[in-house]
Design a protein around this ligand. Structure first.
Ligand code: HAM
Length: 458
């Protein structure tokens, strides 16, 4: 009967990854880079459960994430639970919960696994690990400059040069002001147009302008302040659409700014873009570009938003994404605490390191392999191994019973640098030979005089 039963599939669930030891080794070194850089700037690590009440994401994460991408289920106690699709609402919840005890500004980082029901494709999977770096309690632009500096530092640590990647910056505050005040639309239309701009690259240009025009058209009654002028005459939906498209098609920051009336030029949004670019330039970070089409999908961003892109066409997805969110913590009933931060995924990190030939080499599982001839010598070999381990050496013992040649070749295949072969003779004399598999060099040592680390044996 048993062989008639349907065999289980060995494939992982769609869009998630198994990490075999080689993959895990790469993953560990990516996490190592993340931890290293974040801690260099004084950030402390925190963690949380993957399970969150579903309502946490409804208020501010954005419709696409909540309606199309979350894994949500009802638990046995009838609660709606979501596997976290991002960490920002969780960290906001945690900071709000301990606001009185925590010492601000807070510099926190975390490496959570996140779940999004996306169409798996290059750079996008259904479970990924994401470095989150966030600073809380700083209202000045210095917070943005610091977190973007950290993102830059990580890109450099992946092995990329300044000319290999680009940091794109925009201001939600500025765009909301332009769409709302300059074109005089209401809140709902601002949100709709923001979403459309966010999707602009994936849309046909004609469809994009039709969709924008539709929003302006349906907001007709609320459009009051044509093209930033003082007239109370509303711009037609066509004029508003043309005006917005012209702005979106500006080639650079200067051109964009020159198309705005002076009133907008003094707006804090435009000023903060200038300041963040200048602040980064001051740190020698010049691969920063203003991108008026960069919106970011989440509803909670209130100020500067940014993304980092590899310029190699093999990797078209954002490597980092983040920005300022000043209102998120107020959702928990506290006064405002501003937050600025970013997320950076492990998949894109791996892809770009691979593209640039910077994937870390898999570390050998041990420094020494002990090969054994004769089952009776296993206890002695294990004892030798134990002594070496106590001195800090990573040792593996081959008690497979395979031929000696095979044992040595197995050790070599695993990248283990040295072997000690133990047979009757070694047990009798207590004299062991450490052999370097690369150079072929051999060194004889008394078993009770074995060195603490392999390097000392040289
Ligand atoms: P996000 O832009 O959704 O931002 O994600 C940040 C980064 O995570 C992306 O640039 C990408 O590297 C990676 N990522 C996102 N989704 C996937 C996926 N399905 N598969 C593989 N990698 C992915 C956020 O999540 C914000 N909560 C970040 C943030 C922190 N903002 C402020 N603080």
């Amino acid at each position: 009967m048993a062989d008639k039963a349907k065999k289980l599939n060995t494939e992982a669930y769609k869009g998630v990854r198994d990490f075999f030891p080689k993959d895990m080794s790469v993953e560990k070194s990516i996490f190592g880079i993340w931890r290293n850089v974040a801690e260099k700037y004084g950030y402390e690590e925190y963690g949380a459960s993957v399970l969150e009440p579903a309502e946490l994401y409804r208020a501010k994460s954005g419709e696409e994430i909540v309606n199309e991408q979350t894994y949500t289920f009802t638990d046995r106690g009838d609660r709606e639970v979501t596997l976290r699709p991002e960490m920002t609402p969780t960290v906001a919840r945690m900071v709000a919960a301990r606001k009185r005890e925590l010492v601000f500004p807070l510099r926190w980082y975390s490496i959570p696994n996140l779940f999004r029901y996306e169409q798996p494709q290059r750079g996008r999977v259904r479970e990924h690990w994401q470095l989150n770096v966030d600073i809380f309690g700083i209202n000045s632009i210095n917070a943005e400059i610091e977190v973007i500096n950290i993102a830059y530092d990580i890109m450099r640590s992946y092995g990329l040069k300044n000319t290999d990647f680009e940091i794109r910056v925009n201001s939600r505050r500025l765009m909301n002001y332009i769409i709302g005040e300059f074109f005089g639309t209401d809140e709902v239309s601002i949100k709709k147009i923001t979403k459309l701009i966010d999707k602009k690259d994936k849309m046909q240009p004609e469809l994009f302008s039709i969709a924008v025009r539709d929003v302006f058209f349906s907001a007709r009654d609320t459009i009051k302040n044509p093209m930033g002028g003082s007239s109370s005459e509303a711009p037609s939906p066509d004029a508003a659409t043309d005006g917005l498209l012209t702005l979106l098609n500006s080639g650079n920051f200067a051109e964009f700014a020159s198309r705005l009336p002076q009133t907008v030029d003094e707006h804090v949004g435009l000023k903060e873009v200038r300041e963040v670019i200048a602040g980064l330039e001051n740190l020698g970070i010049t691969n920063v570009r203003f991108d008026q089409t960069l919106m970011r999908g989440f509803d909670y961003y209130t100020g500067i938003v940014f993304e980092v892109f590899d310029l190699n066409p093999a990797n078209r997805r954002a490597v980092f994404g983040g920005g300022r969110y000043d209102d998120l913590l107020a959702l928990f009933g506290n006064e405002k605490v501003s937050g600025v931060g970013f997320g950076a995924g492990d998949v894109t990190a791996r892809d770009i390191m691979e593209t640039y030939g910077r994937l870390p080499v898999c570390a050998a599982p041990a420094e020494i392999a002990i090969c054994i001839v004769g089952e009776q010598n296993i206890p002695y070999a294990m004892d030798v191994a134990q002594e070496l381990r106590e001195k800090g050496t990573r040792v593996m013992v081959d008690f497979s019973g395979k031929k000696l040649g095979d044992q040595i070749s197995n050790a070599d295949k695993r990248g283990v640098a040295k072997v000690i072969c133990i047979g009757d003779e070694e047990v009798k004399t207590g004299k062991l030979i450490i052999k370097d598999l690369q150079s072929g060099n051999e060194m004889e040592m008394a078993a009770d005089k074995l060195p603490g680390t392999v390097d000392e044996s040289r």
